[in-house]
Ligand binder design. Structure first.
Ligand code: GEK
Length: 243
């Protein structure tokens, strides 16, 4: 990837709802690393999981691929022949940068600028939603997950990473305090943290872990489990089991 530019967007910005525009795309690599505890670990484990579950001559989908970090994680994990990775994002600014980044991929990558709700998935052995479902309207999540399940091969997996909420008020508040302390330890000021929180309101919509597992089951996934949690950031694995 190109040299990492520091995210200082919220030292100046006020008021606007968060969008994945050109300004965000320039600093995104730094932003996500300093904002999402465990992000690096999710990338490492996406490689490990792809190594286990990518099937020969199948497709791997990275939905909301941003700059291609999770796409490259998939590519580096694949151990079988004939795979193709499809990266999808609806932000043109993100995909322009992603196009350059995936040139290093050891596995063939096709990038598609589209809403992940519009795309047709087929023959997928591994699907990644690494912190993307949280940006889809709640009432549209089930339809999307059903389409993902329908486009997957038996024996395939979905990796679903999300910022989550907690139904217990104290637990919710404790996790917010911990997450904001993490961000301050990463060099963000109190003002940057609160401006970003405001701009993500009604844009990033977290749900409880139990709601995610219930929806995965309702979408057809026979099994799901949480494999990672750090504060209010979680990653789950959902299985479309062998017939
Ligand atoms: C990573 N997975 O580095 N259709 C297509 N793309 C979308 C949509 C949509 N409806 N909504 C949001 N996006 C990446 C990180 S970031 C996570 C994913 C974050 C895209 C959006 O443009 C952005 O690039 C990405 O989803 C979410 O592992 O910013 O917290």
């Amino acid at each position: 990837m190109s040299q990492v530019a520091k995210d200082i967007l919220f030292t100046q910005k006020v008021g606007d709802p968060f969008t994945f525009d050109a300004d965000v795309s320039k600093v995104f690599e730094d932003m996500i690393q300093r904002s999402v505890p465990g992000y690096g670990l999710t990338l490492q484990m996406i490689s490990v999981i792809a190594g286990l579950y990518a099937q020969e001559n199948s497709k791997l989908y990275d939905l909301g691929c941003s700059l291609g970090a999770s796409t490259l994680a998939l590519a580096h994990g694949v151990k079988v022949q004939g795979c193709e990775i499809v990266g999808v994002d609806n932000s043109q600014a993100m995909l322009e940068r992603c196009t350059k980044n995936v040139l290093q991929s050891p596995v063939s990558v096709i990038l598609q600028q589209d809403d992940i709700q519009n795309i047709k998935l087929e023959d997928a052995s591994v699907v990644v939603l690494n912190f993307t479902l949280q940006f889809i309207a709640k009432e549209e999540r089930l339809v999307l997950l059903k389409r993902i399940y329908a486009g997957m091969r038996h024996g395939g997996v979905l990796i679903l990473s999300e910022k989550v909420s907690f139904s217990d008020e104290c637990e919710q508040e404790n996790h917010i305090v911990l997450h904001e302390a993490f961000k301050k330890a990463q060099g963000y000021s109190e003002l940057e943290v609160s401006r970003k929180r405001q701009s993500l309101e009604n844009v990033l919509i977290p749900e409880p872990i139990s709601a995610h597992h219930a929806r995965l089951q309702a979408s057809g996934f026979e099994q799901s489990q949480t494999w990672f949690q750090c504060f209010n950031f979680v990653s789950m694995l959902a299985y479309k089991i062998e017939k």
